[in-house]
Design a protein around this ligand. Structure first.
Ligand code: ADP
Length: 471
């Protein structure tokens, strides 16, 4: 259903179960040996063609995405663009070295390494970047020579379908990528359990990530997790305040706050607190909220009714914790908004680190201003959550900026830019409870999806013993 207009049914999709999943894995296992032997430059050509098709269809896919999950058209276009960029970036890897030649301690002997695929890998994705996130997983998985079973989020099956159709059209052999719709516990759970699936790449909630990690631990299956964030923008009193407010607005309310890198905390030094807060309040109150298909609209709906209620429950939590509600804090249910899942851009202030609204991921258009006295306190507050995905600082003091780069506990740090806006050529992921040590995208994009093989060739014609003293 269109989250901006619940009467608009976008499509009907199968609720696949274990039997469908078994078929998908069997197809992947059948296609895998031939795909594994396909030269990487040839795999790259297919990925490049897929990127080209995404480029041709960018506008159409963006409209479809806005209708299916609500983000405004420009952001939906950005989502498709990210997949295009990722495709072009990964395709080029097909002609780059995958390993190293390594000197041996012995004469007439050489060792080298190459990457090997893992086998059949499972990709489980969320709805908030319904084309970009699948591309971060599926393109590198394919480049590394794996076959894929892809289980997208229940809320965005159509974007997933279009993405896989593009791959098929680009010439990907049948069975190399297999799409299975369905519910998380059912289809997703069956994918995690399947003995033919050797690795799981998951992006979603911390709650589900823990379940999947525990199961993969028992099954000794490789698992890469990209979970939540409780990201913060630090604003020092020497910052360009207008720039910081503009960045905060974009990072807090872009995609209705439904990005894992959204800025749900704004840590502001006391001297600029009033100016910053008032500017942000006035910008939040002027935001046009509505269907993302309307080019005038700045913020679309929340993904579904359940999430809308969850977002509102956090407003109640914040009020009960005695944070000060500056603006928003309610479901928009006037005539223009009643048929969609719309929430008013919401700003709390006087928030302290012990409060739940300063600790838990809300995944909605709600942000919390946290006043601080000093740089040291700002860093302490920024690092005070279980998560560590994206942190930002606005300052004109270069020494402070570098200290912040070092001290902020997160996989991504921004200086004089907000917490959102990662580019695909840099590793993406977080520390602490945001993940389990893996990174997507960047030059290491294949790491998640490949194994290293070390090979030794002895051309001396005699038995040489490594690590054994001969003198
Ligand atoms: P979000 O809160 O972003 O919707 P979820 O973690 O609930 O995140 O869902 C992310 C993805 O994980 C979706 O594709 C969903 O279907 C899937 N999923 C949910 N529960 C499970 C589970 N128990 N096992 C495997 N996949 C699951």
């Amino acid at each position: 259903m269109n989250p901006a207009d619940r009467g608009d049914v976008v499509g009907r999709f199968p609720r696949s179960d274990k039997a469908d999943l078994d078929d998908a894995v069997a197809a992947a296992e059948k296609a895998y040996p031939e795909w594994r032997r396909t030269p990487p430059p040839e795999r790259g050509q297919i990925i490049l063609r897929a990127a080209g098709l995404l480029k041709q269809r960018k506008d159409e896919l963006a409209r479809l995405m806005t209708r299916e999950m609500g983000k405004v058209l420009k952001e939906a276009g950005g989502d498709v663009q990210e997949a295009i960029d990722m495709g072009e970036f990964i395709a080029g890897m097909g002609r780059r070295p995958f390993g190293e030649a390594v000197p041996s301690e012995l004469r007439d002997k050489i060792s080298f390494t190459w990457r090997e695929p893992i086998g059949v890998v499972g990709c489980i994705t969320p709805w908030n970047f319904p084309i970009a996130i699948p591309s971060w997983k599926v393109f590198p998985a394919l480049m590394a020579g794996n076959a894929v079973v892809f289980k997208p989020a229940e809320d965005t099956p159509l974007c997933a379908l279009r993405f896989v159709e593009v791959l098929a059209e680009a010439g990907l052999p049948a069975g190399v990528v297999n799409l299975v719709h369905g519910l998380g516990e059912e289809a997703g759970g069956a994918l995690v359990e399947h003995p033919g699936v050797r690795a799981i790449s998951f992006t979603g909630s911390a709650e589900v990530g823990r379940i999947i990690a525990a199961r993969c631990g028992q099954l000794l299956k490789r698992v890469a997790l990209e979970l939540g964030g409780k990201n913060a923008i630090v604003v020092m009193d020497d910052a360009d305040i207008e720039l910081a407010v503009e960045g905060a607005q974009w990072a807090a309310f872009g995609t209705s706050g439904q990005r894992c890198t959204a800025a749900s905390r704004l840590i502001v030094q006391e001297r600029v607190l009033t100016d910053f807060s008032e500017l942000l309040r006035s910008r939040a109150e002027k935001m046009r909220v509505g269907s993302g298909l309307d080019p005038e609209v700045e913020m679309g709906p929340v993904i579904n009714r359940k999430q809308l209620e969850r977002v509102h429950s956090y407003t109640e939590v914040g009020v009960a914790e005695r944070a000060k509600l500056m603006t928003g804090g309610h479901i928009l249910d006037d005539a223009a908004h009643a048929s969609g899942n719309f929430y008013a851009p919401t700003v709390f202030t006087d928030v302290t680190p012990g409060m739940r609204i300063a600790q838990e991921e809300i995944f909605g258009p709600t942000t919390a201003i946290m006043p601080v006295a000093s740089f040291e306190q700002a860093i302490e507050y920024a690092n005070s959550t279980a998560y560590g995905l994206s942190l930002a600082i606005y300052t004109r003091d270069v020494n402070r900026a570098f200290k912040a780069m070092r001290e902020l506990e997160s996989g991504i740090v921004y200086v004089n830019a907000p917490t959102i806006g990662a580019e695909i050529q840099t590793p993406f992921g977080g520390v602490k409870n945001t993940g389990n040590g893996h990174r997507e995208a960047g030059t290491g994009a294949l790491d998640e999806f490949s194994e290293w093989k070390s090979i030794y060739v002895d051309y001396s014609g005699r038995l040489q013993k490594a690590q054994i003293d001969t003198a």
